[in-house]
Design a protein around this ligand. Structure first.
Ligand SMILES: [Zn+2]
Length: 156
C-alpha cells in the first residue's frame, strides 16, 4: 500500500525545492486513490471556509434572501464555484502554513480521515511516491482530475 507522499509544486525550473510530506495510516493501492482522498479532505475544508460568511454578507443574506451580491462589499452570495477556488486556498495554507496557522481543528479533521504531515507511521511501512505539480492537480477550474496527476515511485 502507498502510505507516503512527497508533494512538489510548480513545473520544470519553477518546481519547488521544498516539498510537503504526507502520510496515511491505512494507505492506498494507488497514488491516484490516495490523492483523490487528499483532494476530498481539502475540499471538505474548503466547504467549511465557503460557509464562513463575512458579517456584512451574512446580514444581507438574512435581510435579502434573494440578493445575488452583498450590497456592502459586493461579494457574490451565490457561491457554486467558490469551493473549487477555496480548495487551492486551503492547499496554499498548507504550503505556507505552520502548525499554529492551520490550527488544531485542521489537524484533528485531517487525522479523522487518516492523513498526517510527516512520515507518520514510519518510513519502513508502505510504499512511497513523489507527486509532481500538486498545485495544478488540486486546482480544478475545468473539472480536470486524474489526467493532471503526475507521480513516480520513490519506493515500491
Ligand atoms: Zn459582504
Amino acid at each position: 500500500m502507498y502510505r507516503h507522499f512527497l508533494l512538489y509544486q510548480g513545473y520544470a525550473e519553477d518546481q519547488t525545492l521544498a516539498c510537503v510530506l504526507l502520510s496515511h495510516e491505512e494507505g492506498f493501492k494507488t497514488p491516484e486513490e490516495a490523492m483523490e482522498s487528499f483532494y476530498g479532505f481539502l475540499r471538505s475544508r474548503a466547504e467549511i471556509l465557503a460557509s464562513d460568511w463575512d458579517p456584512c454578507c451574512e446580514q444581507v443574506r438574512r435581510e435579502h434572501p434573494d440578493a445575488s451580491y452583498c450590497m456592502k462589499c459586493g461579494f457574490s452570495l451565490e457561491r457554486p464555484d467558490i469551493v473549487d477556488e477555496l480548495v487551492v486556498t486551503v492547499w496554499e495554507n498548507i504550503w505556507t502554513g505552520t502548525i499554529d496557522s492551520l490550527g488544531g481543528k485542521f489537524w484533528e479533521a485531517m487525522q479523522d480521515v487518516g492523513w498526517a504531515f510527516g512520515e507518520g507511521i514510519g518510513w519502513r511501512f508502505g510504499k512511497a511516491a513523489a507527486i509532481f505539480r500538486a498545485d495544478q492537480y488540486f486546482d480544478r477550474p475545468d473539472g480536470n482530475t486524474l489526467e493532471r496527476l503526475l507521480w513516480e515511485d520513490i519506493r515500491t
